[in-house]
Ligand binder design. Sequence first.
Ligand SMILES: [Zn+2]
Length: 284
Amino acid sequence: MTDLPLLQIPGWQQFPWLRHGFATRVGGVSTVYGKNSLNLGWTAEDDPEAVRENRRLLVNATCTEDSLDRGMKLVTVRQIHSNHIHSIEAGDAFAGKLETSEGKAVLEGDGLITNDAGVLLAAGTADCAPVLIVDPHLRAAGAFHAGWRGTAARIVERGVEKMHQQYGSRSEHLLAAVGPSIGSCCYTVGEEVRDKFEEEFSYGAELFEIVLDASNKRSFKLDLWKANQQQLAAAGLRPENITIVGQCTACTLDSSGEARYFSHRAQAGRTGRMLNVVGIARSL
Ligand SMILES: [Zn+2]
């Protein structure tokens, strides 16, 4: 058995039907990004067989040993930094309608929601924020990919809205977690990004720290965690129901001094992808 560390939200473990987790780069069979790495994305450098095996290991690590549970179907989308969200039916996933014969995603967008048991919704990241949302009352869940573009386009706010429209979820019942992603410590962005957030959100300016370099040139550091936290709160979630995992994908190291996460910025674009998953078990 491979040791695949999966980050979980402690308070979410009280729901026996809920499956969730945030992957790190550790515990897989890929070798292109260092040995035993858990690359879960179809990157140009990696062997698709290794990615398939890593995905299988992730499902196993997320689920119990019950065979129905182990058979949960992973659903991904081709991410495009949008605010487009798909409502997923387990029947379509199991009929193979949501992926190609090679297992690649068919749908385009950046959010997935479901209230069907048996599917494990996934958001792929390597710095962007993965946001998982759970409705423990009505048993529904969502996974969202929120980089600065998706965040500025209010993807999680739209996710909360869409869970309400489709499943009747009430925002005050929802639990949300913003997973490992680039922290403001490492996330310098251009002035146009700051302008965009200031235009879009009344609290936009609070999300940035201004940094001056030696020649007095200004740059801006964006707090993507706070941006999504604020947005979830504005969508009606209770502050105590929003968890920020708070690990920066660009600078967090594991105990042996190696990078814990894949990071587009820290590894200059040549890197793998994590998957961040949530779903409802079939076995309970
Ligand atoms: Zn950092």
